[in-house]
Design a protein around this ligand. Structure first.
Ligand code: SF4
Ligand code: MSK
Length: 626
C-alpha cells in the first residue's frame, strides 16, 4: 500500500503507517499532530534557561551575547537555572521509579502478613538471596516470616536518614569508594529526592556543580535503590523471568476475542488482570457474548513485565498507545501509572473502548476509575475484566481495523536467566569478551519521542551494534522496538558480526537480550557489576556503553544520570535541556569523566551514536589489554 511521505516519515513500523492513515481518515488526532501543532517548541525551554521557581519570575536568560537579560530577578545565571532544572527532572524520574519500588515493598509486606488479595511468593530462592543481602535470618523460618523482615527492611530504605542504601553495595568496591569520596553515596531514597527540591528552591544551592552532584546522588538512589527494589521484589512475588517466546506489535490484537490492554508500569496490577482473565467464569461470559476468548496484551513497561513472565504478547511501545485504541478492537485499556497519555480518554470516547484508570495517583479525563487495592487485588481485577468482557457486545464491527503486523520474539533474560543460558557461570561471557568475539556490552533503553522517526533511532542503532559484535541488553520501549523488528530471535544472530553470531548460535540466544521494563535497567547494572567484580575492575573500566536513542521522560534523565554515575558512557539521541549552560554542558559531556569516569554524548544519528559506543569500547578494551 502506498502511504504519503507525511505518514512514512513518522515511523519505520508498517503497523503505525496503517493506523496513522486510519486516524487521518477518521479525523482523529494523535501525538504526532499535537507535536506538529506545538512547533516551534519554546527555544528557552529547549535550552533549559527558563525558571519558575519563585514568583519574582518567570525568568528566562537570553542565549544571545549582545541582548536580553543574563540573570534572573534573583541574580541566578543560566548555569544555575539549567542545573536546577535538570536535577528537578532527575527528582521527578527518581520519584517515579522509586514510588514503583515502594508499591512493590507494600505488596510484599501485605502478602507476608496474609493480607495480599491473591498474591503469593513465587521465587523463594530469590527471597532468601535478598534476605542474605540484608543479613536477615532464613534458617528454620517460613517464607512469610522472611518476607516480612525483608519488606520492612526495604521499606525502610525510602525514608532512611542515615547510612546507605543496601543494594548500592552490589556495585564494585571501587565504585562505592568513589561515590563516598564525592559525597554522592545516597542515604535514604526519599531523602535525596527531597533534598533536590530543597536545594533548588530560591536562594539555596546556587553552585551548578554542587547541584549536579546532588542530582547524581538521587539518581544512584533510583538505579541502585528504588529501581532495584522494584525489580527484585517483583521477581520474588511474580517469579524471576526466564526466556519465553511471544509476539509483538498491533497484530497481536484479535478480531474474534475480547481484547484487554494493560498499560503503564507496575506488575502489581497487570499480574492480577492476567490471573482474572483466566477465570473460567469470565471466559465463559466472553464466549456467551460471541467472543472466542479473552486476549490480554500489554503496552509500554507493563507490557514488558507480563511478556517476560507469562509470554503474553505486547501491542507496542509508547507512541503506539493511541493507535491501539484506533484499531477499534480494544474493549478496555486498563492503566496504572507513568507514560499514559491523557489523550486516551477523549480518543476512547470515539470508540466503544473503556479507558479504565486504577491508581489513586493517576486519574485521567474521560476515564472510568475502578480503584485498585492490593488487599482486594484479585476481586477488583475480576470486576475490571468483567467490565471489559461485557463491553465486547458494544464493539462496532465497521470501526475495527487490526493491522496484520506481528513479530515473534524471545524475551525474559533476567541476569539469572543469562547466567543459566551460559551454563551456570559468567565465564563463557567473560571469555567471549576477552577473546573479542564479543566486543562489549551495550545497554540500549528508553522511550519513543515524536522528535525522532518512531523506532528508527532504536533499531538502526541496535543493528549497527550487533553488526560490530556488541551484545545488546535492552529494556523499556527500545526492547519493544527490537522485538517488533525481529531482533529478539536467535535467528537475528545472522545480522550480527561473526564473533557475536558464533556465541549466540552456541547458546541459542538472540543477539539482543530483553531484560525487562524501565526499572529493570537495574538488571543491567547488576550484570555489569558482576562482570566488573569477576574481572576485579570498576564498571568504568569495562567495554560497556549505554544509549537512549529516543528518550523523552524524566525517568530517562534519572536513568542516564545513574548509568553515567555508575561509570558507563551514555549516548542520547535527543538533546536534554542543558545547552543554555556552558558549565553544565561541559560537565556532562567532558568534566564528568574526571569525576565518575564516564560522560554523556548527544548524537541524533543512530549510526554515528553506535560508532561512539564502539569507539569507547575499543578504548576500554585497549586499556584492559584485551
Ligand atoms: Fe527568577 Fe530567580 Fe525566581 Fe527563578 S528563582 S524565577 S531565576 S527570581
Ligand atoms: S515505558 S519511560 S516511554 S521507555 Fe517504561 Fe517507554 Fe520511556 Fe515510558
Amino acid at each position: 500500500m502506498a502511504y504519503t511521505d507525511k505518514i512514512l516519515e513518522k515511523s519505520i513500523d508498517p503497523s503505525v503507517h496503517k493506523m496513522l492513515e486510519r486516524a487521518e481518515k477518521l479525523n482523529l488526532e494523535t501525538v504526532w499532530d499535537r507535536y506538529e501543532a506545538m512547533l516551534p517548541e519554546c527555544g528557552f525551554g529547549e535550552l533549559g534557561v527558563c525558571c519558575r521557581n519563585c514568583n519574582m519570575g518567570p525568568c528566562r536568560i537570553s542565549p544571545f551575547d549582545d541582548q536580553g537579560p543574563k540573570k534572573g530577578v534573583c541574580g541566578a545565571t543560566a548555569d544555575i537555572i539549567v542545573a536546577r532544572n535538570l536535577i528537578r527532572m532527575i527528582a521527578g524520574g527518581a520519584a517515579a521509579h522509586s514510588d514503583h519500588g515502594r508499591d512493590l515493598a507494600h505488596t510484599l509486606l501485605l502478602t507476608a502478613e496474609g493480607k495480599g488479595g491473591g498474591y503469593e511468593i513465587k521465587d523463594e530462592e530469590k527471597l532468601k538471596a535478598l534476605a542474605g543481602e540484608y543479613s536477615i535470618e532464613t534458617q528454620g523460618r517460613t517464607k512469610e516470616q522472611i518476607a516480612l523482615d525483608l519488606a520492612r527492611a526495604v521499606y525502610g530504605e525510602f525514608g532512611k536518614q542515615e547510612g546507605f542504601v543496601q543494594f548500592t553495595r552490589r556495585a564494585p568496591e571501587k565504585r562505592v569508594a568513589l561515590w563516598k569520596s564525592l559525597g554522592i553515596d545516597p542515604r535514604g531514597i526519599d531523602r535525596e529526592i527531597v533534598e533536590i527540591m530543597h536545594r533548588t528552591h530560591i536562594g539555596v544551592d546556587n553552585d551548578p556543580v554542587n547541584l549536579i552532584l546532588q542530582g547524581l546522588k538521587a539518581s544512584i538512589a533510583d538505579g541502585w535503590g528504588g529501581s532495584t527494589i522494584a525489580t527484585e521484589l517483583s521477581d520474588v512475588l511474580f517469579g524471576t523471568p526466564m526466556p519465553v517466546r511471544s509476539q509483538s506489535n498491533l497484530g497481536v490484537l484479535k478480531q474474534d476475542h475480547v481484547n484487554i490492554i494493560v498499560h503503564g508500569h507496575e506488575p502489581v496490577l497487570s499480574e492480577m488482570i492476567v490471573a482474572a482473565s483466566n477465570d473460567p467464569e469470565l471466559v465463559g461470559l466472553a464466549e456467551k457474548l460471541g467472543a472466542k476468548g479473552i486476549n490480554v496484551a500489554g503496552i509500554c513497561c507493563t507490557g514488558n513485565e507480563i511478556i517476560m513472565r507469562h509470554g503474553i504478547p505486547i501491542v507496542g511501545n509508547f507512541l503506539q498507545q493511541e493507535l491501539a485504541v484506533i484499531t477499534g478492537a480494544v474493549e478496555a485499556m486498563i492503566v496504572d501509572v507513568q507514560c499514559i497519555m491523557p489523550s486516551l480518554g477523549p480518543l476512547s470516547e470515539c470508540f466503544h473502548t473503556k479507558f479504565i484508570s486504577t491508581s489513586p495517583k493517576a486519574k485521567f479525563p474521560g476515564a472510568i476509575h475502578m480503584e485498585f487495592s492490593e488487599e482486594k487485588a484479585f476481586d477488583i481485577a475480576r470486576q475490571i475484566v468483567q467490565a471489559a468482557v461485557e463491553n465486547y457486545s458494544l464493539r462496532i464491527p465497521e470501526k475495527v481495523l487490526i493491522p496484520e503486523d506481528k513479530t515473534e520474539c524471545m524475551v525474559g533474560f533476567s541476569a539469572e536467566a543469562i547466567v543459566k543460558a551460559l551454563g551456570g557461570t559468567l565465564d563463557p561471557l567473560l571469555n567471549a569478551i576477552k577473546s573479542g568475539d564479543i566486543k562489549g556490552i551495550a545497554g540500549v533503553v528508553g522511550c519513543n519521542n515524536p522528535k525522532i522517526k518512531h523506532d528508527h533511532g532504536h533499531v538502526v542503532l541496535v543493528r549497527e551494534l550487533i553488526k560490530n559484535n556488541v551484545l545488546v541488553t535492552t529494556t523499556g520501549c527500545n526492547a519493544i522496538a527490537c522485538a517488533k523488528s525481529g531482533l529478539m530471535l536467535p535467528e537475528a544472530a545472522d545480522q550480527a558480526g561473526d564473533g557475536l553470531k558464533g556465541v549466540c548460535r552456541t547458546l541459542g540466544v538472540p543477539p539482543v537480550l530483553h531484560m525487562g521494563s524501565c526499572v529493570d535497567i537495574s538488571r543491567i547494572l547488576t550484570l555489569c557489576a558482576s562482570v566488573a567484580n569477576a574481572l576485579g575492575v570498576d564498571i568504568s573500566d569495562l567495554p560497556v556503553a549505554g544509549a537512549a536513542p529516543e528518550w523523552m521522560s524524566e525517568k530517562a534523565v534519572s536513568i542516564g544520570a545513574y548509568v553515567v554515575s555508575s561509570g558507563i558512557f551514555t549516548v542520547l539521541g535527543t538533546v536534554p535541556p542543558v545547552l543554555g549552560s556552558k558549565v553544565v554542558t561541559e560537565l556532562l559531556t567532558r568534566g564528568a569523566n574526571e569525576v565518575v569516569g564516564a560522560t554523556f554524548a548527544v548524537e541524533p544519528d543512530p549510526v554515528k551514536g553506535a560508532g561512539l559506543m564502539i569507539a569507547h569500547m575499543d578504548k576500554k578494551r585497549q586499556a584492559l589489554g584485551i
